[in-house]
Design a protein around this ligand. Structure first.
Ligand code: ADP
Ligand code: MG
Length: 259
């Protein structure tokens, strides 16, 4: 199966520092790919490169097997993707207007906008907020609006950068449950950046761990969590202390071996 997006020999430099050095990376159709790693590892930068928001310093990006000229992804291509960030960046106006914005930009006919917004308000369980000022929502409500706004354009790939990180625990788990169901029903391809093992374990089916700007391990999420390699073990071990049930037997063996 051809990847939707592929990186080849990609590096990203800023201020004479190599932030990313990634010989190969793929996003496949239909997957929910997690990108996990410590603070400052380069996760957000990688997400921006993959979604054509940042231009790599060297290397190649392919979309469905075709090279995209560096920094010249056409608007038509960029519009196939949605990006949702930790900060919901909602605009002045109602919740309805915020969710409609992608369709308004695409000059969708008004009756269809109304119908689609109603549909996405309902899926995210925020129909009662439609007329509210988007700038006066709780964190959880704002993130629901943010995700509905990203999904309404039916993106080919949804890119997410720590969308749940600022939410309190009960709010987070309620939203993650709704979000997971929506993603399964719509079968949207997603790339999800997080530093949080619980979120990664719950949502993703494939995982890449990135440390110091390099991809240290990739594979099916349960397999990576169960069998970390020499480069990912110390990062994942931090989590093991608090979420032993999410990590596998190889962790325990390691602990016994080390005494
Ligand atoms: N434009 C930039 N100029 C200088 N340094 C940058 C720039 N963008 C990112 N960095 C640095 O690159 C590293 C990776 O950043 P980032 O991708 O935000 O990491 P993460 O999302 O994993 O926390 C950090 O050390 C950050 O300070
Ligand atoms: Mg980040």
């Amino acid at each position: 199966m051809n990847p939707l997006i592929e990186l080849k020999n990609m590096t990203y430099q800023a201020q004479q520092k190599t932030i990313l050095d990634i010989p190969s990376f793929e996003i496949y159709n239909g997957e929910f790919l997690g990108i996990m790693g410590p603070n400052g590892a380069g996760k957000s930068t990688l997400l921006k490169v993959l979604s054509f928001l940042e231009k790599p310093s060297s290397g190649e990006i392919l979309y469905r097997g075709q090279t995209v000229l560096n920094g010249q992804a056409p608007m038509e291509l960029r519009r196939r993707f949605s990006v949702a960030l930790q900060q919901s960046l909602l605009l002045e106006g109602t919740v309805f207007q915020n969710i409609a914005i992608g369709l308004t930009l695409r000059k969708t006919p008004k009756p269809m906008i109304k119908e689609k917004v109603a549909h996405w308000l309902e899926l995210f369980d925020i129909s009662h907020l439609a007329k509210k000022n988007a700038l006066y929502l709780s964190g959880g409500e704002a993130q629901r609006v943010n995700l509905a706004r990203a999904m309404i354009v039916e993106p080919e790939i949804l890119f997410l950068d720590e969308p749940f990180s600022a939410l309190d625990f009960p709010t987070k788990i309620r939203l993650m449950e709704d979000f997971k169901r929506i993603m399964e029903e719509t079968r949207t391809t997603a790339v999800f950046v997080s530093h949080d093992l619980m979120e990664i374990h719950y949502l993703t089916n494939r995982l890449s761990i990135i440390v110091n700007g390099q991809v240290k391990q990739s594979g099916p999420t349960p397999l990576v969590l169960e069998h970390p390699n020499a480069s990912t073990q110390s990062f994942l071990n931090e989590w093991k202390k608090f979420l032993p049930a999410l990590t596998g037997s190889s962790f325990k063996e390691e602990k016994v071996l080390k005494g």
